[in-house]
Design a protein around this ligand. Sequence first.
Ligand code: GLC
Length: 793
Amino acid sequence: MSPKFLNPYGAFSDDGREYLIHNPLTPRPWSNVISNGDYSLIVSQTGSGYSWRGNAGQNRITRSFQDLIRDNWGKYLYIRDLESGQFWSATYRPVMVQADFYQVAHGIGYSRFTQQIHGIHSVLTVFVAPHDPLEIWELNLTNRSERVRTLDVTSYLEWLLGFAQEEHREFHKLFIETRAEPTLSAVFARKHLWGFPDELGRHNNLSWPFTAFHAVSRPLKSCDCDKESFLGLYRNDDRPQAMQESRLAGRTGRFGDAIAALQVEVTLQPAESQTLVFTLGAAEDGKEDAYTLISRYTHPEAAHQTLEAVHRFWAAFIEPEQVQTPDDALNFMTNFWLKYQAISCRLWGKAGPYQVSAGYGFRDQLQDSLIFLSSQPDYTRRQILLHASQQFIEGDVLHWWFSIRGGGPRTNCSDDLLWLPFILGEYLKETGDYAILDEPVAYLNAPPEPLYAHCRRAIERAFERFSPRGVPLMGDHDWNDGLNAVGTRLKGESFWVGEFLYLILGDFIPLARRKGDEAFARRCTQVRRELKEAVNRHGWDGAWYLQATTDEGQPLGSHSNAEGRIFLMPNIWAVISGVAEGERAAQAMQAVSDYLMKNYGTLLHSPAFTCPRSDIGYVTRYAPGLRENGGVYTHAAVWAVWAYRLAGQPRRAYEAYRKICPPNRSADIETYKAEPYVTPGNIDGPLSAYYGRGGWTWYTGSAQWLQRAATHWLLGIIPEEDGLRLDPCIPAEWDGYRVRRPFRNAIYEIIVHNPQHVSRGIVSLRVDGQPFHTNRIPVFGDGRTHSVEAVMG
Ligand code: GLC
């Protein structure tokens, strides 16, 4: 296999399904986030990382502190030669021995570490069981030397058991209890404290309702649950005391710093291979039994079968939609990595190397859930209903809520609530499942109403919040959370919210008619007309659209501002929403091209703020060029692809895409630093000393949108009420492309030829071999595969 997008640290496998790292000293930790929707882990190329169940903030299982420079917290395996006393680890960390060969393969649902050290070849595969709360470490050892080798293998991890922001070790260690069960080759840990109040509001009065376990597939030589005896006082994990002793100390109970370490012995003849299996998990009281889980999974045959099951599990999300284009960066990201990032990390793990989240963002996970539409739209459906349940009868919603036990901030954010009808609109175009509108969902403070009413209330609430000039109020902030001082006194305006609402109403009016809600449809029609006028009248700054006006009536994103002169969002969404037409739309996009489109993607605003502005908000307090402060904020930068497409600028659309498509940055990886196989949240803008550096990878809403940018906005496969519209917007150099995707219970095999080398337009189309006169391919719904062959020109 020839490596693709090779850089000094790694490359994609030829088919793009794995990212292969051969040098562990990558410019930042390059991680994998593996989740089954309940149990999750993160593991980096050094073997470091941690595990959690349900939520990395509230229910962390193993201990870890974020240290991006050292990447030195993990769950590790030591391998020791009992003859020579030499020891090393199955991953680069913690012992950091130079291997003869080192390769990490991050894959969809697993990471595999292959290395050879001192004549012992080892393959460690780490994965999460698809349907149970545990992870498996399958370690295969082969003796590549000429003599018999007697080794021992020792695991090591620290228990955390509960809230991650647990700083006071001397306090928390009072509550953990460990126990060994040598007959099962296992150790167990419980914690008699969980950070939640009990039902009477009394703090520190609840037990962590799980039993954590760690087990191995061989008879135990020894074990330990005490950090002091394992590491030795004042030592690090690269040279633990345990590697100086013939056996582990065997301390358990309530009085130490709780760890888990299991030690087993292995004798290998020359050329012999053996497989050991370690499991680690947490069984919930009254629901699961740790003993059963251990015996079900902790042996080589089960590990093998479970890894096969992992592949099948992920295939259901990854395989249904596949594309084949001349651009391998697009192919790899679209076919595998973006779906995986959005599902495994954003929706399920809800944590990544740079962010530990304790909850669901109302707008974030709704947007992320679009990722399921082409493979498993039922998951999107459930997400919509879940979010509807976090709404108040007044129409507003929780900005985010804790995923365990719920609860979260009720704010005056101006856009959160509107994502509910927006995502519903996308769901309906994909599925035609209008029955969802009648699904009853309870409000946080009122009895159930159908989903339709939830969306209507969200829109009505937004209608109540207009300025005297007819522009929506900014409130606590809009999509850009960092604009959190612009409009808190309910005077400042958000032109972007005006555009967003305009777009949503366009979809909602026909829906209201379908529900027989004619009066509301008429009201929406009128508001929509007025909105367009108000945004164009008050939001046009002369050469581009304003982002906002502040509570003091000052413009933001105006030629009169020295910093934050032009913002991306109001300009691209003017085009996306249809608020801007003709010359206006062209002018707005020209301003985007002139001032915001830079080497590494489209900036969120320019120039970045260099001085804090207490009338604007925390966006001005970030270092200039970072995150939302004038960097490439990828979540929004993707929407530029959409706007350029709609503005009829295919070359620019592709440019806006290509610049933020991560594999392309392998070419200047020392500048970029971040993983080339998942999207970063931000890329440093021009005012940063690290212009072009990727940051905050994995946990970003850009993954799902970059997927859409490829499938919908470039390849032009657009689900609509009555069919799939085929409307490419591609680089003219391409000879064509293929897409296979399901749509309403049929499979569409689409081949597009581009003999004239154009960017847009279809001149002929055949469906199942028959000439077809529109580019809207009908709904078949017959469970069959249909061929679509199009010629551009
Ligand atoms: C973060 C938030 C998201 C917000 C964005 C822009 O990604 O999670 O909700 O829209 O920042 O501020």
